[in-house]
Ligand binder design. Structure first.
Ligand SMILES: Cc1ncc(COP(=O)(O)O)c(C=O)c1O
Length: 469
């Protein structure tokens, strides 16, 4: 036996037993030691290597445990026959290193950001503190797969009061985000379902299992063009009727009726209504959910606390038509809820005591101020910029009749510390836009920075004010 396999490097930090273990294992795998060979005794090897017998014992013990050696009491250690496994040196692919902190901008108009200065930390902390107590020890056990009944009850009440939806807690499924709930819906529907999506639309949706198979349906100022949907063989449509993402269009009353009529024409047809930021409306009365008009169990309602509370909470929910509840229970009763029980109860108690409604009222005022500041600032540059999608939600759209391309405008903005988001990021199928168009989210920008941010952007784009207010 070549004693070089026992060669150790005492100058490195790698423990000696580990070096010995790797050396012997490598030699066995590469057949440098034959099956049945007796290894040197612990005493002999310890003397040869000038190390302790314990080190050798640990290395041999590990090799025995992994099946490379067999130990015969009072005889010694022998190399075992190992089943041939293809031995491939693992290649360490060049995985890009994560940036702990991405690039930060002085002004970030991301549409997904919320106002972090207004979160009711003290109330939230109180509910959290009350729950993390031995009186809640039952919450240490696994909970309901569908979500905690207490939270489902509060959501039911909220939906009735705020969105005109009548449903039972039994129809609600809680999950850790819209993205996590959509695959559940897909599994509840027929396998051969053909999906139609709004174009432009919420970009996470096509990435979820719908890759390439979704049918894009255009959107205009009245929302999804239902005539176009009717021309396709889609039987499931995903839609944001209260505030189309990202154009901000509200689905007109005529189209709502037309869409519900489309759905009843075939029993396999369903509408997935994503009501993601319906809480914030700035012009006119709140638009009731499509679900409230549905008499035929055709609408699967989907909403989230991402905008109304915080994106990091990861709580969203479904309201299943009563016809799909049984199938849900049969298919998903073995899955565990994806939101921690404690978080669900903190939220349920927060809602039960009226703090959620209070928070929403407060946020409506704050976002309205930010929305008005943003739109008024842009209006001073009209017609060099035009605003659309400003009736609701937490972003508006700005079109810039500029000779510069969308990419150039974005790049100039970034070079000046301003992050903006082109509408083309949300396309399922290319659309020709006459002018570069961007989403401007206002949730995350402090009120007193909105004006300066927009003036700086206009200056770096070389756009002058046209109207003096
Ligand atoms: C259209 C739409 N739906 C849903 C969501 C929220 O998704 P989630 O519940 O996974 O945070 C967003 C994100 O802001 C969205 O834009």
């Amino acid at each position: 036996m070549d004693m070089l396999i026992f060669d150790l490097d005492k100058s490195t930090a790698k423990p000696l037993y580990e070096q010995l273990y790797h050396g012997i294992k490598h030699a066995i795998i590469h057949k440098q030691i034959e099956v049945g060979t007796k290894l040197p005794s612990k005493k002999k090897l310890a003397e040869f290597l000038n190390i302790s017998q314990t080190t050798i014992e640990i290395a041999y013990g590990q090799l025995v445990a992994e099946g490379y050696l067999i130990s015969r009491p009072r005889v010694g250690y022998f190399v075992e026959e190992i089943d041939e496994l293809p031995y491939i040196e693992k290649e360490l692919l060049d995985i890009p290193v994560e940036n702990a902190v991405g690039r930060t901008f002085q002004y970030d108009f991301h549409p997904g950001k919320i106002d972090t200065d207004s979160f009711p930390f003290s109330h939230w902390r109180k509910y959290a503190k009350d729950l993390y107590d031995s009186s809640s020890k039952e919450l240490l056990q696994i909970g309901e797969p569908q979500g905690e009944y207490a939270l489902r009850t509060e959501i039911t009440k909220y939906l009735y009061q705020s969105r005109g939806i009548v449903c039972k807690p039994e129809q609600i499924v809680i999950g850790s985000g819209t993205e996590q709930l959509l695959p559940i819906i897909l599994r509840l529907l027929e396998n051969d379902s053909e999906f139609a999506l709004e174009n432009p639309g919420y970009s996470a949706i096509p990435r979820i299992e719908l890759q390439n198979r979704a049918i894009p349906i255009p959107v205009d100022e009245d929302g999804l063009m239902v005539d176009e949907l009717e021309k396709t063989n889609a039987n499931v449509v995903y839609i944001t009727p209260s505030h189309q993402f990202p154009t901000g269009a509200v689905l007109s009353a005529t189209r709502r009726t037309q869409l519900l009529k489309w759905a009843v024409k075939d029993e396999k047809r369903f509408i997935i209504e994503d009501d993601y930021d319906s809480e914030f409306r700035y012009i006119g009365k709140p638009i009731p959910a499509l679900h409230g008009l549905d008499q035929n169990n055709k609408v699967i309602y989907l909403s989230t606390f991402t905008k109304s509370l915080m994106p990091s909470l990861r709580v969203a929910y479904l309201v299943l038509p009563s016809t799909l509840v049984r199938k849900y229970k049969e298919t998903f009763s073995y899955y565990s809820a994806t939101v921690p029980r404690f978080d669900q109860h903190i939220l349920a108690n927060f809602m039960k005591d009226g703090y959620f409604s209070k928070h929403l009222n407060r946020m409506r005022k704050i976002y309205r101020k930010k929305h008005d500041k943003l739109t008024h600032t842009f209006e001073t540059y009209y017609p060099n910029v035009t605003i659309t999608g400003d009736q609701a939600g937490m972003h508006i759209l700005i079109s810039v009749p500029s000779l510069k391309s969308e990419a150039e405008l974005k790049q100039i903005a970034a070079a000046n510390g301003i992050a903006i988001y082109p509408v083309t990021d949300y396309l399922l199928k290319p659309i020709y836009y006459l002018y570069p168009t961007f989403l401007f989210g206002f949730g995350g920008i402090p009120l007193d920075e909105i004006e300066t941010g927009i003036h700086r952007l206009m200056e770096c784009w070389g756009i002058a004010k046209q109207v003096s207010y």
